[in-house]
Design a protein around this ligand. Structure first.
Ligand SMILES: [Zn+2]
Length: 272
């Protein structure tokens, strides 16, 4: 019978709606957890980059310091040699060497100073960031301004938030899993039934749903498809009133008599 098929379609739609609603109880949480993880990773990346820069500058400073020490030792050696220089030429040559090493020391010292300045600049940025955070004015804060201590605390806070939300999600999954399984089983049975009667309309239903349309089976309302509000041709009204369905020419939805969506008593009207 035509209305049996329509009944199956409507019930399938209602079961899918129910499953969607049950799943949506947890829907927000996986996204929230995902976003929190991204935030924590972004903060950790800032800290990592900062630490890398600091480590590199420490290594460079140690290197420069040992270069200075080496130059100083050379100068001492050259000065000692000057006291026993045999002639002016030898003495002047050593003076040149000393000058060269002194210049090397100056260059190294200036590099160390610019490393220290950069470090100082970073600390100042973080202090300015800290002040802005204390004023609750974080719109002008750049990543570099986020104080290291603040970042570490935020990461810890975010991680505990992730833990809490994961616990919530797990308990929702546990509480709803049997409901979800039961619904999926009902849907499977419903689909098998429908498929044995009209495989084509089922595939029509699936195509629309996979295209992002949740409500595929819709009410015939004020002579129109309630999915897209397009008018249903008068020639198709009879089929709908008999309990059949009409495929909307505009949106492709399956339009059925509104009585099918009434609780319980729905099929009575169309039953012989
Ligand atoms: Zn339509």
């Amino acid at each position: 019978m035509e209305h049996d098929k329509t009944r199956l379609l409507v019930d399938l739609q209602l079961l899918d709606n129910e499953l969607f609603n049950v799943l949506s109880e947890q829907r927000g949480l996986p996204e929230e957890i995902h976003n929190l993880k991204e935030q924590a990773t972004a903060y950790a990346d800032i800290l990592k980059a900062r630490k890398k820069r600091l480590d590199e500058s420490e290594v460079q400073k140690r290197l420069l310091t040992s270069e200075i020490k080496a130059s100083q030792e050379k100068i001492k050696k050259y000065k000692d040699a000057q006291t026993s220089a045999r002639n002016n030429k030898e003495y002047d040559a050593l003076s040149k060497q000393i000058e060269f090493e002194e210049l090397e020391i100056k260059k190294a010292e200036s590099k160390i100073k610019s490393i220290d300045d950069e470090r100082q600049h970073q600390l100042e940025l973080e202090a300015a960031g800290k002040a802005l955070l204390e004023e609750n004015n974080d719109s002008d804060i750049t990543d570099e301004m986020l104080p290291t201590e603040y970042l570490k605390q935020r990461i810890i806070a975010i991680e505990s938030e992730i833990e809490e939300k994961s616990r919530m999600l797990n308990s929702i999954i546990q509480n709803t899993q049997s409901q979800i399984n039961a619904l999926k089983e009902k849907i499977r049975a419903q689909r098998n039934l429908l498929s044995s009667i009209d495989r084509q309309v089922l595939s029509k239903y699936d195509t629309l749903r996979s295209g992002g349309i949740q409500n595929v089976v819709v009410k015939f309302d004020r002579n129109a498809c309630s999915g897209c509000n397009s008018r249903v041709p008068a020639s198709k009204h009879a089929v709908i009133f008999r309990g059949g369905f009409y495929l909307c020419e505009f949106c492709g939805r399956i339009v059925v008599h509104a009585d099918f969506f009434k609780e319980e008593a729905a099929p009575a009207r169309f039953n012989p």
